[in-house]
Each structure stands twice: as C-alpha cells, then as structure tokens.
Design a protein around this ligand. Structure first.
Ligand SMILES: Cc1cc2nc3c(=O)[nH]c(=O)nc-3n(C[C@H](O)[C@H](O)[C@H](O)COP(=O)(O)OP(=O)(O)OC[C@H]3O[C@@H](n4cnc5c(N)ncnc54)[C@H](O)[C@@H]3O)c2cc1C
Length: 385
C-alpha cells in the first residue's frame, strides 16, 4: 500500500497504461518540476517543452491517424494526470492543442483540412487555439455575437473572443461564429489580416500558460475555411466534452502532487518537539486528502472505461469534471495549511496548484454549469434560465 494509492488502484490498469504513465511522469520530473516555479513566477509558457511533449505522443494522444498516437481514453487520462501533477498550465496546453483545436479539425474538418493541419499539430510544429468564449458570452455561448458573413466565395468574420488559450503562439485558430445558417466553425491562420491576439495579463492563475483576447476585424477567409461537418453549438460542445473528460483525470494529478508535498513536509517539520505528521489533526487532513484522491481516480477510471466502450454520456463527464475539480482544489488548499507559512512560497506546489485550479473550475463549464447539467438530468427540470 502506497500513501498515494491506498486501494491498489494500479491493479485496475493495464501494463500499457502504467508504462505510458511512467514515461510521462519521468518527463514531468525531468523537464517540468525543476523549472515550473521560475516559469510561474515569470509568467511564461515554455515553448521549448512543446517538441518533447510531441515526441511523447501527447499532442492529439487520443486521436487516430494523421500522425496522432491513437491511444485510449484511459491512456489519455493517466497521461494528463501526470502532466497536471507538474502544472495545470502545461496540461491545459495539451488540452487546448489536442482535445480542442485538433479534435475540432479531426471531428469536423474536411480531409484536406485534416491532412494540412493534424500531422503538423501532432508533431508540435503548429500550435492551435480554440475560440468560443467572448467578452460577453461565457457560460452562455449561444449568445455569441461574432459573425461570419458570406461575401462572394469568401467569408468575412467580425467580432471578438476572450480567454483564448495559446492564441499568441498559434498558427491556426478554430473560431466559432454565428452565420445566417447558425453557429459554424472556421479555420483561420493567425497571420490573416485583421486577426489580432493580445495576452491577458497580469494573472493570478495559470501563470505558466497564455490566454488572450482575439480581435477579428473583417477577417477574410476562403470558402473552404469552414469546418464542413460542424453545425450549431454541438460542434464546439463535442470538443469541450473531450477536454472536460481530460480534466476529470488531470486535476487529480495536481491534487496528488499537493498531498505528496504536504505529506513529505509533515514528516520532516518538527513543532512541539515532534513531526507535525504525528499530530492527530494533521493525520486527519492527510487521510481525508488520500481518500478523496483515491475515490476521484476510481471515478475518472470508470468514465474512461465507459468512454473507451463508446458508452460515456455527457452528463457523466459533468460528474467527473465537477467532482474531481472540487476535490482537487480542496486538497490543494488543505495541503497548503500543512505547509504553514512556507506554503505561500513557490518552493512548494500546493498554492500554485490551488490558484491554477481556480481557472479549471471556471473553464470548460463552471461548477455551477455542471451542477445545472446534473440537476436537469436528475429532476428533468432545466434551471439554466
Ligand atoms: C485560464 C482560462 C483558460 C481559458 N481558455 C479558453 C479557451 O481556450 N477557449 C475558450 O473559448 N474559452 C476559454 N476560457 C473561457 C472559459 O471557458 C469561460 O471563462 C467560462 O466558460 C465561463 O465564462 P465567463 O468567465 O464569461 O463567466 P460567466 O459566464 O460570466 O459566469 C460568471 C459566474 O456566473 C455563473 N453563472 C452564469 N450563468 C449562470 C446560471 N444560469 N446559473 C447560475 N450561475 C450562473 C457562473 O457559473 C460563474 O460563477 C478560459 C478561461 C480561463 C480562466
């Protein structure tokens, strides 16, 4: 029995799943842990880790063909949990690139669009972003006002997007816009005249990643820039479901890392002549954290097995995203209390994780949205409006 696995969770995983987890964990230990405090303090996204991540197959890990690794949903889950043990901002990079931008092209794109973009994105040679949220349209994306108008053979797009991950680094933007035919998706090279991206700063969360305001000032793209197979909001929602599923696993990595950090500290830190781990109140915190993390992993695995069997309902993704993000933020905050004052420095991970998790509980559907999704499912009575 290991302190981070009280229930022999590993017996539920296959050798391939464990092997992938081991590889990603080693990458995080080597490439992320020694540097993350510096990146976070300086608020930089480390572009240099994109190539090694691509080499590990992490970009579009769960997608098949076009240079993608074609791994299972559970393998995707165990990998992103390890990444997020390093930092949520770096897991967010993989989510935006793979689960949002690449999935939009993979699921909704033409064969030409897939051939053009997916191999380069899987190789980390091209970065993508996914623009759904707007300054006045967050939880209610149906209220978006960005509009794409037909002009001869072209589309002309006007509007604004906000909080768009990676937009200043991206070569290609997936932009969702109203049209005379409902919401449609467009692939817009970020070098197109009229497209601008401006980082949102300063941030107190996700400092080792980039989110941007996007301006779309009469951006003109050819007819074949439209994603042909996405119609209406189900287009972006199918991508969001992929990312939300990944979050149900990822956040547990941040929780496990916080718990481990607090456990290690509590065994070494002496007060009143004894390790603080010897006090009953500390043990209560450690045990509660360990139980919630173990239960969270069981939930994530059940969702992953359902997904791999093609039987995962979107409401079940809400169960995982809501519960596990809530667990992770509680664990990170509790872990911070065990670290005392030292816990407010960047020498220890829990407060950094907790700050990141504030974003995670807001993006990909806030806690409230997932509660309303489940409330509607349980009662049959939607309470969104
Ligand atoms: C770090 C980060 C990265 C992001 N990356 C991306 C990205 O790459 N692409 C992208 O498109 N977007 C991205 N987002 C945006 C994110 O998806 C939105 O922030 C999210 O959907 C919430 O929208 P909002 O912030 O406008 O909040 P609002 O929708 O204004 O909500 C504010 C509060 O009101 C509550 N609320 C709203 N409606 C209801 C209701 N009916 N009942 C009860 N409560 C309600 C919400 O739950 C929330 O607590 C990112 C955000 C962050 C912080």
């Amino acid at each position: 029995m290991h302190p981070t696995d009280l229930i022999s969770f590993d017996t539920l995983l296959t050798p391939d799943e464990i092997a992938l987890r081991t590889r990603v964990r080693a990458f995080v230990d080597e490439a992320i842990r020694p540097n993350i405090a510096d990146w976070y303090e300086r608020a930089v996204f480390p572009r240099e880790i994109v190539a090694p991540m691509a080499k590990l197959g992490l970009l579009g890990l769960h997608l098949t063909g076009y240079g993608c690794a074609g791994r299972s949903a559970v393998e995707y889950g165990v990998a992103v949990a390890e990444l997020e043990a390093g930092d949520s901002g770096l897991r967010t990079f993989v989510s935006v690139q793979g689960s949002l931008a690449m999935t939009a092209i993979h699921k909704h794109g033409s064969e030409e669009q897939k051939q053009e973009w997916l191999p380069r994105m899987a190789a980390g040679e091209a970065i993508g972003c996914f623009g759904l949220t707007e300054p006045s349209a967050g939880s209610d994306p149906a209220s978006m006002t960005t509009f794409a108008r037909r002009d001869g053979d072209d589309w002309v797009i006007r509007g604004a997007k906000r909080w768009i991950g990676l937009a200043t680094l991206a070569e290609i933007a997936v932009i969702w816009a109203q049209t005379d035919d409902g919401v449609r998706g467009f692939l817009i090279p970020t070098s197109t005249p009229g497209f601008t991206a401006t980082p949102i700063t300063p941030k107190l969360s996700m400092r080792a990643s980039v989110q941007c305001d996007i301006g779309l000032d009469h951006v003109r793209v050819p007819a074949d820039a439209i994603l042909p197979h996405a119609r209406g909001l189900s287009g972006p929602f199918t991508c969001l479901n992929e990312a939300r599923y990944g979050i149900a696993w990822g956040v547990l990595g941040a929780a496990r890392d916080s718990y481990q950090s607090a456990l290690d500290y509590s065994l070494e830190r002496l007060q009143f002549g004894r390790p603080i781990a010897s006090f009953q109140l500390t043990q209560q915190k450690l045990v509660d954290m360990a139980l919630e993390i173990d239960k969270g992993f069981l939930l994530a695995l059940q969702l992953g097995r359902l997904k791999d069997a093609g039987r995962l309902a979107h409401e079940q993704i809400s169960v995982g995203k809501l519960n596990n993000t809530r667990v992770a933020i509680d664990v990170a905050r509790t872990a911070r209390t065990i670290l005392g004052a030292n816990g407010v420095t960047l020498d220890y991970s829990p407060l950094r994780h907790a700050n990141n998790l504030e974003s995670v509980r807001t993006y990909e559907g806030t806690d409230e949205m997932h509660t309303l999704i489940l409330g509607a499912k349980i009662t049959g009575l939607p309470a969104f409006q």
